[in-house]
Design a protein around this ligand. Structure first.
Ligand code: NAD
Length: 255
């Protein structure tokens, strides 16, 4: 079966990567592509249409699943359209606030939905091991550093927030400290969080665990955005035909 995939934010950094993956794979094909701002030329042979046409295109082209890399507001609007049309929805968009995340979750009562702040397999593996490292090293200082390109809007990254939640769930911590300035010695039990934005860096996350005698660094570095797009397409293929529910990228990796 060829999985028919709709792509939103198709002219963005990630949308273009998703279209490139679809062009290279034989088990799936683009069913539609939209972007908020107009695009003159097709991308990887796919005509990118105005976002305002999304509802009509979903009805006409009947995709099996939509992959979204846009922004929180638009992701929610696309998810709502998909819920009405009974189309599965996979989003890698980050920066949802609590209310938005709740509304996204509500759509999963009607359709299968997956949200992952990071579709790299290596980050999923990192999420799987970081809790164990924290449990094995009680009392060690923990700091997280994340670096992304200068166009990223949300900070810390969605991936950093997932990693921080995993760290907090597996140890006793006093709270997070975002950056340091001036006279600010490290407090016991705090988790230091540091955000760098520079150039075109695809995405780096490093967790440092240290006491006075040793340090452990767990680092993931995305070498190119294709890794996120390939993971999102894997997720889209995996989710088609599932029952309405809220799914995690871990489900895809674990299988
Ligand atoms: P980008 O700014 O390059 O692309 C976003 C695209 O979405 C743009 O083309 C923009 O015009 C379009 N867009 C915005 N609103 C729209 C709307 N209402 N309708 C249609 N198109 C709309 O950003 P990017 O680097 O591609 O990142 C997009 C999102 O994906 C961000 O939230 C980013 O943090 C996230 N991201 C997630 C992963 C992951 O693995 N989950 C990886 C990289 C980026």
């Amino acid at each position: 079966m060829t999985v028919r995939i709709g792509v939103t934010g198709a002219a963005g950094r990630m949308g273009r990567e998703v279209l490139a993956v679809l062009a290279a794979r034989e088990d799936c094909e683009p069913a539609l592509a939209v972007n908020r701002s107009p695009v003159a030329e097709p991308i990887d042979g796919v005509e990118v249409e105005p976002a305002a046409e999304f509802d009509r295109l979903v009805a006409d082209r009947e995709p099996d699943v939509v992959i979204d890399f846009t922004g929180p507001e638009s992701a929610l609007a696309y998810a709502e359209t998909c819920a009405e049309a009974d189309v599965a929805f996979v989003t890698g968009t980050t920066g949802f606030d609590d209310g938005e995340r709740e509304r996204l979750r509500e759509t999963s009562e009607r359709i299968p939905v997956m949200h992952a702040p990071n579709f790299a397999r290596g980050v999923q593996a990192l999420l799987n091991v970081v809790g164990q490292a924290v449990r094995n090293l009680p009392g060690y200082d923990v700091e997280l550093v994340e670096t992304h390109h200068n166009g990223k809007r949300d900070a810390p990254s969605g991936t950093a927030n997932r990693l921080l939640a995993e760290i907090e769930d597996n140890g006793e911590f006093a709270g997070r400290t975002y950056g340091r300035e001036g006279e600010q010695p490290r407090e016991e039990g705090e988790i230091g969080v540091h955000v760098l934005r520079a150039g075109g860096i695809r995405g780096e996350h490093e967790i440092v665990l240290a006491d006075d005698h040793e340090e452990l660094r767990l680092t993931h570095r995305a070498e190119d955005r294709g890794v996120f797009a390939a993971g999102a397409v894997d997720a889209a293929e995996w989710i088609v035909g599932r029952k309405a529910d809220w799914y995690d990228f871990a489900n895809v990796i674990d299988e």
